[in-house]
Design a binder for this molecule. Structure first.
Ligand SMILES: [Zn+2]
Length: 177
């Protein structure tokens, strides 16, 4: 009887294992498919005063190449980028009335660490706090003006008006809700 139960449990857990393995694969696969040059991804959440934003942007869109910098100009461009992205204002700007302040910015890229890869992203996790969140009705993305190769941002947003997915384009770099 006990054996039967064990067997049954094992059988039951099998599909779960398969499912989670598939899940990992899907994520990996998606990660690769999502890296299409010119398009960044932004996961955004706004809860009360706290705005959290995670950007994933192909380095090709930011630097024009994904190989490690070679020329002096390329090395300078990457150093400038690394310094620039340390500030939330590099990515986003908020209505002044919302009184938003940067809380933390974490960025990483294989390229910043000198690692070679076929495709490289910039990953940036930002947290901003807005003293008057009721005035927060839109976010602008100055990032587009700085990087002309970046054409769009695919945004998944959870905010005061619920969940939505949309695309912000370089020609109108504003997310409104
Ligand atoms: Zn790439």
């Amino acid at each position: 009887m006990e054996k039967m139960t064990k067997l049954l449990l094992n059988l039951l857990s099998l599909p779960l294992v398969l499912l989670s393995a598939q899940g990992v694969f899907a994520e990996d696969h998606q990660g690769h498919a999502a890296h299409s040059h010119g398009m960044g991804i932004l996961d955004l959440s706004i809860h009360g005063k706290t705005v959290k934003a995670s950007f994933e942007i192909p380095m090709e869109s930011l630097l024009g190449h994904e190989y490690l910098p070679r020329s002096a100009d390329q090395k300078k461009a990457m150093a400038d980028l690394k310094a620039g992205v340390a500030k939330a204002s590099y990515f986003m700007s908020f209505p002044a009335a919302a009184q938003c302040q940067e809380k933390s910015v974490k960025t990483e890229s294989a390229m910043f660490e000198g690692k070679k890869s076929e495709h490289a992203d910039l990953d940036a996790d930002l947290e901003v706090e807005c003293a008057k969140p009721e005035a927060l009705t839109q976010i602008e993305f100055p990032l587009f003006a700085k990087h002309r190769r970046l054409g769009s941002l695919k945004v998944n947003m959870v905010g005061p008006k619920g969940q939505k997915s949309l695309t912000v384009k370089a020609k109108d770099p504003v997310l409104r809700w």
